[in-house]
Design a protein around this ligand. Structure first.
Ligand code: TYC
Length: 108
């Protein structure tokens, strides 16, 4: 029987309309933001944007300069687990190279 509407016959004639509700939801999205500091080399930030955010050279330089001049910039938008993983990867990589670079996650 159709799940949109069930029509009654002699035994079932209440005329109740049964409409199923979609049970899937689009996942919430999270912005990964990069913060400026005075010490991390520009080239290192460009490398991070290429390596962890799949930006081409031109786009990576544009985002790095935006962060350098404005204080904060958008690296990408992802589902929670992916965004969290990117933040961890960036922070670990920066720490390994002894740079104070900070990266954070913000719900869209
Ligand atoms: N401000 C840094 C410098 O002058 C460069 C930089 C850019 C650092 C972006 C962090 O997220 C950053 N070397």
């Amino acid at each position: 029987m159709s799940d949109i509407e069930k029509r009654g016959d002699d035994e079932n004639s209440t005329g109740v309309v049964v409409k199923t509700k979609p049970k899937t939801r689009k996942p919430s999205l999270y912005k990964v933001l990069m913060l400026n500091d005075d010490y991390t080399p520009m080239e290192f930030v460009v490398h991070i944007l290429e390596r962890f955010f799949s930006k081409n050279r031109h786009e990576a330089e544009r985002i790095m300069m935006h962060v350098h001049q404005r204080g904060v910039g958008l690296c990408g938008v992802y589902t929670y687990e992916v965004a969290e993983t990117k933040v961890t990867q960036v922070m670990d990589f920066a720490r390994q190279h002894q740079h104070p670079l900070q990266c954070t996650l913000e719900k869209e």
